[in-house]
Write a protein that binds this ligand. Structure first.
Ligand code: UD1
Length: 422
């Protein structure tokens, strides 16, 4: 298993290109299942999660060809040979459940394994199930698999989600594109990845309105056709690299970044004293070497502070002047990075869904263990601002979500090196 060695090296300067969004791409790829014509995705990120989704779609009979080093994905689902998403793939990546809605809509049947345990919380699928049942599907749990059928086809309905789940919104919207009549999804997720998925579905001929608001209306059509779509920039990669100059000092321009993708995250960084400027090419982020101010952070659905940037923000606040309180409202167990940061000298007190962080001047390098995707990158960011060396173990988590991380950070002057282990 590879490790990453980080040496604190002072201010960072230069540019970092932001890749296409992992989470958008993972929803866009299953959209191929809705049509027998080809779907081409450009600006795809080169990540292991994308390979996992490729394998899953191929196991269903889709053709997925990766071109231009993985930045272009040509997908075609002319014939679906298999309607079962196997446990062996789904357990690796929860987003595999995004094939459920499209398969059901196109083939009238789907069998999808439940994802099972996940490091950051229980993450049930009740909202996906309730939404698809409202569209007329019959869903039964057998042997750890959801068996879904829509014997009379799907029918539009009015659905109100108890929580604005990103994945459930994606599954329901995709399924509703081919349902008979109109679907109104209330309390829909408003994340930029939803807006991107709808733009692609619309290019495929779907009739959808209201994306980016709390109510999405879908008028079902008989069939969808092929399309080419460019994947939106990855706002979580963007936010992560915005923290790098905030924690280590310096100035970085993030190419392809836009403030609108990040909701209240930018406001919080500014409140902490970090300078953010929109440029023609992206976002420029600058901070003089020195400690940021403590700020309180509460994770919320978009446009609130993203849960996927909570660990990275915690790393920054570990070095702030004063005491910050971070509240996690989306996932129940998402502070596993706290004990690892404490190994680097951070002062953190976790109590339920809150973490109180008392800023210390300097963190100290230490061997630490990555527990999930965003937790791992928070340890790398902490290492950028620490005295001495930080060795982050189990970085396979990172490869799920950050393309060429060492290269991108080295490009702005960080001392970051991958240590390959057999
Ligand atoms: C997506 C993102 C993930 C991000 C999360 C929240 C992808 C591939 N992943 O995950 O990176 O952290 O949004 O922004 O896009 N829930 C239920 N029942 C359900 C579904 C969800 O109770 O049927 C709960 C979950 O347990 C969790 C909360 O809702 O507590 C948020 O989950 P959801 O918005 O569905 O996240 P994902 O789509 O899984």
């Amino acid at each position: 298993m590879d490790s990453i060695l980080v040496k604190g090296n002072g201010p960072l300067r230069g540019t970092i290109p932001i890749a296409g969004a992992k989470n958008a791409c993972l929803a866009l790829m299953p959209a191929t299942l809705l049509s027998d014509e080809p779907l081409t995705l450009t600006n795809a990120p080169r990540l292991s999660d994308i390979k996992t989704m490729t394998q899953l779609l191929q196991s269903l009979g889709a053709e997925v060809t990766s071109m231009q080093g993985g930045q272009v994905l040509a997908l075609s689902s002319h014939d679906l040979m298999n309607l079962t998403a196997d446990y062996d793939i789904v357990r690796k990546m929860r987003a595999s459940n995004l094939v459920l809605g499209p398969l059901l809509a196109r083939a009238g049947r789907a069998v999808v394994s439940l994802p099972g345990g996940c490091a950051i919380g229980a993450r049930p699928m009740d909202l996906h199930i309730a939404g698809l049942e409202a569209l007329g599907a019959e869903i039964e749990l057998k042997d750890g698999y959801l068996h879904a059928v829509a014997p009379k086809g799907l029918k539009g309905a009015v659905i109100e989600q108890r929580f604005a789940s990103v994945g459930a919104t994606e599954n329901i919207v995709m399924a509703a594109t081919l349902a008979k009549g109109m679907t109104v999804l209330k309390n829909a997720a408003r994340e930029p990845e939803i807006v991107d998925l709808v733009a692609c579905l619309r290019a495929m001929g779907a009739q959808i309105e209201g994306e980016g608001t709390g109510t999405i209306t879908i008028e079902g059509v008989d069939r969808l056709h092929g399309a080419t779509h460019r994947v939106v920039s990855d706002r979580i990669e963007l936010g992560t690299y915005m923290i790098a100059p905030a924690i280590a000092g310096g100035e970085i321009e993030l190419l392809g970044g836009r403030r609108a993708l990040l909701g209240s995250f930018c406001d919080k960084l500014e409140e902490a004293g970090v300078h953010i400027e929109e440029t023609k090419a992206g976002l420029k982020v600058a901070h003089a070497t020195g400690r940021v101010k403590a700020v309180n952070v509460k994770t919320e659905v978009f446009p609130g502070f993203p849960t996927d940037l909570q660990a990275q923000m915690m790393a920054l606040l570990c070095t702030a002047h004063g005491t910050s309180v971070l509240e996690e409202t989306i996932f129940e167990n998402r502070f596993m990075h706290a004990p690892e940061l404490m190994r680097m000298g951070a002062q953190i007190d976790v109590h339920g869904g809150h973490a109180t962080v008392t800023g210390v001047g300097k963190l100290k390098g230490a061997p630490v263990m990555a527990t999930d995707l965003r937790a791992s990158v928070s340890l790398i960011l902490a290492g950028l601002a620490a005295e001495g060396e930080t060795l982050v173990r189990r970085v396979y988590h990172l490869d799920r979500g950050y393309e060429r991380l060492e290269e991108k950070l080295a490009g702005v002057g960080a001392l970051v090196e991958r240590i390959k282990e057999e």
